[in-house]
Design a binder for this molecule. Structure first.
Ligand code: ZN
Length: 285
């Protein structure tokens, strides 16, 4: 009679400790998420809707995932925002082409990080480390892609169509360059580094998995950019653009599928990065 009583007592203590830990994390998540949202709006890294989305995304990441899940996401977000700003200073003309400028809105926040929110919830209710690998593979891909874009357009450089290697205008979707490719590699590598302290398996295997997943995801992004992503022609200035409106007029649909824009392509690249992470992990192991 005594033994089950003691067992029940300890189980109760454990349960309370667990709940208290979660409650503490939720409060911390609300505070940190709010700080992050306010600062990224003030610093013009995010639009108003983007900063609200970032707050919503930060809640599960901070509360359920702790630093292990938050640090790589914060790294991706901060490094990309700073790179966008540097690139804007160095080569501002390229913005006329991009569908969206460096200030990210809610759709961009969700297409780059929404999957992370779903994965952290799944990982919380499961013992499998697989969700974390998928998450980091996804982040690696979106970071590789963003770094490739920003570093590839930092200065004037020769850019080639990923499909036929013909020279294209710098910054056009599906265009690849040597600085861009090096940027992609660095972006993926830094995401692997940002998460390495929480990894229990062999680090070389982990780095290879994450970097390969990131580069592959980024490559898929370029491939989709060259094929399915919509492109428009502005009859006022004669430029090809990702934007539906250019020079304050509707631009003419020129290539790709009308509803496939940059955000959807980014989302797909992220998902591919996650899937590639599992594939490479199994191949390399
Ligand atoms: Zn125009």
């Amino acid at each position: 009679m005594i033994l089950p009583g003691i067992k029940a007592y300890f189980a109760l203590i454990q349960f309370n400790a667990l709940n208290f830990g979660l409650l503490k994390n939720i409060i911390l998540a609300i505070v940190l998420g709010a700080i992050a949202a306010v600062f990224s709006f003030r610093l013009k890294f995010l639009t108003r809707s983007g900063s609200r989305a970032a707050f919503l995304l930060a809640l599960p990441l901070f509360a359920l995932g702790g630093w292990k899940w938050s640090v790589p996401m914060i790294w991706f977000f901060l490094s990309s925002s700073i790179l966008s700003r540097v690139r804007k200073k160095c080569n501002s003309g390229i913005d006329l082409y991009f569908e969206k400028s460096g200030v990210r809105d809610y759709f961009q926040v969700f297409s780059n990080g929404g999957l992370g929110g779903i994965l952290v919830i799944m990982a919380y209710f499961s013992d499998s480390g697989l969700f974390y690998t998928v998450y980091i593979g996804m982040l690696s891909a979106v970071c590789a892609d963003t770094w490739a874009t920003e570093i590839g357009t930092l200065a004037r450089t020769k850019t080639y169509n990923v499909l036929n290697l013909q020279t294209v205008e710098q910054g056009s979707s599906g265009g690849v360059s040597i600085p861009g490719t090096l940027g992609s590699l660095s972006g993926a590598l830094t995401v692997a580094i940002s998460s390495a302290v929480w990894v229990n398996e062999g680090l070389i295997l982990y780095f290879c998995t994450i970097v390969l997943a990131g580069i592959s995801g980024s490559f898929i992004d370029s491939l989709l950019g060259a094929t399915l992503q919509s492109g428009f022609y502005c009859s006022i200035c004669g430029k090809l653009t990702e934007k539906k409106f250019h020079c304050m007029r509707p631009a003419v649909h020129k290539k790709g599928i009308l509803w496939i824009g940059n955000d959807l392509v980014n989302l797909t690249a992220g998902i591919t990065g996650g899937i590639f992470a599992i594939i490479f992990r199994n191949i390399l192991r």
